[in-house]
Design a protein. Structure first.
Length: 378
């Protein structure tokens, strides 16, 4: 779930907070309008856009954090469905976001401190524009990734059901073994699965990130029961709810039609998930199985890039070579921590281990951050 990232824990690994964002940021001119971008001014109590209307098509937002808190930016469609996002924008940093927007009403949202519902401003998109999928190569990329999402969604349902059945049967050891496996499928397609704002907190929320008054449910509630209390005798209703919510997410994920930009942005956001969550150990704080999630995020990012590869090879061959080299470096660093069929626990990693992982992820994030612009280049 993309809320309240513990940056201080990342600092403890020896990685500077500036690098977590700046190393993967994009340079933006002083006047975004000069390049057709919509400037977003994010402060601690406000979120203002340079325009309240935009033509249909690809919108490029230049988000400048002018406040004192780390922030994140979302473009929401109806029902708080996430169409695009940028996380972990440090004070003084500007990041770009490319989003394909058909005509309609949207909410541009800044989240100072990366918590809560955020500060919102409306954007009305008018007119019509040929979708990016009118380009045959981009249409095939979207279709290829859609097939991947469908396959992973089916696996997510199956493995989650096996996990929740073990919980309901009171089989503590089996449930613990299945927990990181089930989450692997979630983490591979997290940009899509978590884009449904009504379901994401129920499935992937943590006790300190859910909205006031909301019930703590989902994977992390069961994780807490399994590892902290060791008592799952009353966890059956939570397990049943997780099974139901995952089935709904799987249905929505396979039904939604994806823009090619969703693939590019998703590849980057999965790396951000690692840099601002998994690397700190705050994601799976009870089980410490963060490296399973870490590896799955990398696999999901690779899948999105793989779908876009034919387009990138044609339009930006140098960029895809840099991305490939970055993935190879990350794979090599992660392979050092394999243990049997899985990975070492986060608590078994040294500060030097975590710094190495963080450094290679930040290095990879920089070229991946340029994919969205590259695929829209003719």
């Amino acid at each position: 779930m993309r809320t309240s990232r513990l940056l201080t824990a990342a600092l403890a690994t020896g990685t500077t907070a500036a690098c977590l964002t700046a190393c993967s940021g994009t340079a933006t001119p002083a006047d975004p309008a000069a390049t057709g971008k919509i400037a977003i001014h994010a402060a601690d109590t406000s979120c203002t856009a340079a325009a309240s209307t935009a033509p249909a098509g690809t919108a490029v937002f230049a988000i400048s954090n002018e406040g004192s808190k780390v922030t994140e930016f979302y473009v929401y469609a109806e029902g708080d469905r996430v169409l695009g996002e940028v996380e972990n924008i440090l004070p003084g940093v500007t990041r770009d976001l490319h989003v394909e927007l058909p005509a309609g009403a949207y909410q541009l949202t800044c989240k100072p401190g990366m918590v809560g519902a955020g500060v919102r401003t409306a954007l009305h998109v008018t007119g019509s524009s040929a979708p990016l999928t009118a380009d045959a190569a981009l249409a095939e990329a979207a279709a290829s990734y859609q097939r991947y999402v469908t396959t992973e969604s089916a696996g997510l349902q199956q493995k989650t059901k096996e996990f929740t059945d073990a919980v309901k049967a009171g089989d503590l050891a089996k449930a613990k073994a299945l927990y990181p496996v089930a989450r692997t499928y979630w983490e591979r397609i997290e940009p899509i699965a978590s884009s449904f704002g009504d379901l994401d907190p129920k499935v992937d929320g943590r006790a300190d990130t859910i909205e006031p008054g909301a019930e703590f449910t989902g994977f992390h509630r069961l994780e807490k029961d399994l590892w902290q209390t060791g008592d799952i005798s009353d966890s059956g209703p939570i397990a049943d709810r997780l099974t139901t919510d995952i089935a709904e997410i799987a249905a929505r994920s396979t039904a939604v039609r994806l823009s090619p930009l969703a693939l590019a942005n998703g590849a980057k956001s999965l790396l951000d998930e690692i840099a601002t969550g998994k690397i700190t150990g705050e994601e799976d704080r009870y089980s410490h199985t963060d490296l399973w999630d870490f590896a799955a995020n990398i696999e999901g990012s690779k899948a999105a890039i793989a779908a876009l590869r034919p387009v990138l090879q044609q339009r930006s061959p140098d960029l895809i070579a840099q991305v490939d080299a970055g993935f190879a470096t990350v794979d090599a660093a992660l392979a050092k921590h394999r243990a049997g069929d899985g990975y070492r626990l986060h608590t078994e990693l040294s500060k030097a281990d975590l710094k190495e992982l963080s450094d290679v992820i930040n290095a990879l994030a920089e070229p991946v951050s340029r994919v969205a612009a590259a695929i829209t280049r003719q």
